[in-house]
Ligand binder design. Structure first.
Ligand code: SAM
Length: 286
């Protein structure tokens, strides 16, 4: 997200520096994948997961602080006990897999939204899809708290929010073949050539998503960055586990309002690209 940063506090995210990737057009010719050294990008953009520096994973999110504004603090205090289903990173390897029926208190198709941001569109989508249990994943604590605020305003009960890195959560907590849909709407675009490696959508990530989808489950993606859209299309089309529901781009999902970042892209004159892939019925046996 490219919001103004709140002051950095050390308590929430496992990163320490505030850095926003400035928006700029993609790859200037002659710019290498790693690019020239940029003193504004400390090594702390890497995920500090306790491993030695050379083992640290490149992550898809911007390091930011976790301080809540008064609206977020109130929403957090009012709803975290019920709606926050986060797991401490240190417990990820040892905790039981996510039990959606127990957490939501009902049987319903489970949908995972990755990178729900401030949650405005999450709340609207949950209201438009009362048939599903929606698990929203977001790394940014103020975003989670703001989501509670929007859920309360919308009066929806079918959302729970998990704070953390979606890659770790999918890997450690979400059982295989358990998801009916995965939504990835307007992920951080990382438009600069030297940041392309931070994009979430790559072959490993797509196979991870596919492994958590049920057969016939749907992976929906949307972006306003054409270069990233082409990458999403190429990577998902190459997956042996997924099949494009459409020829090329998909129509926009009718349940999605214009998200915060979608509006921003439209205002900047960018086109919106949607994709819809289905988990193949002929994928490896259940
Ligand atoms: C550009 S915002 C889009 C928010 C929202 N989907 C929308 O359209 O308004 C992308 C969000 O994804 C979150 N994010 C990035 N990488 C993530 C990851 N690996 N796991 C969970 N959230 C992530 C960021 O913190 C940010 O809030």
């Amino acid at each position: 997200m490219s919001e103004t940063n709140p002051p950095v506090t050390p308590d929430d995210l496992p990163v320490k520096a505030a850095y926003q990737a400035p928006e700029s057009p993609l790859p200037k010719s002659g710019e290498s994948a790693t690019g020239p050294a940029d003193s504004r990008i400390p090594a702390l953009v890497e995920h500090n997961d306790g491993l030695p520096q050379h083992f640290r994973r490149v992550v898809s999110f911007h390091p930011r602080g976790g301080r809540l504004n008064p609206v977020q603090r109130r929403a957090w205090d009012a709803h975290a006990a019920e709606w926050d289903v986060s797991v401490e990173p240190a417990d990820l390897g040892s905790i039981e897999p996510f039990d959606a029926t127990a957490v939501f208190g009902r049987e319903a198709p489970l949908v995972l939204e990755i990178g729900s941001g401030m949650g405005e569109s999450t709340a609207a989508m949950a209201a438009n899809r009362p048939d599903v249990n929606l698990l929203a994943v977001e790394v940014y604590k103020p975003g989670v708290a703001q989501t509670f605020h929007h859920l309360e305003k919308a009066g929806v009960e079918n959302v729970r929010v998990m704070r953390g890195d979606a890659v770790e959560i999918l890997t450690a907590l979400i059982p295989e073949k358990s998801l009916s849909e995965v939504w990835l709407f307007f992920p951080d675009p990382w438009p600069k050539a030297r940041h392309l490696k931070r994009r979430l959508v790559n072959p490993e990530f797509v196979e991870l998503v596919a492994s958590r989808l049920k057969k016939g489950g749907i992976f929906r993606l949307g972006t306003d960055w054409e270069h990233y859209a082409e990458q999403m299309l190429a990577v998902c089309s190459s997956s042996p586990s997924l099949k494009n529901v459409h020829t090329g781009w998909a129509p926009r999902p009718d349940f999605r309002p214009k998200t915060r970042f979608e509006r921003r892209g439209i205002t900047a004159g960018r086109e919106i690209f949607d994709l819809e892939f289905v988990k193949r019925k002929s994928a490896a046996p259940e």
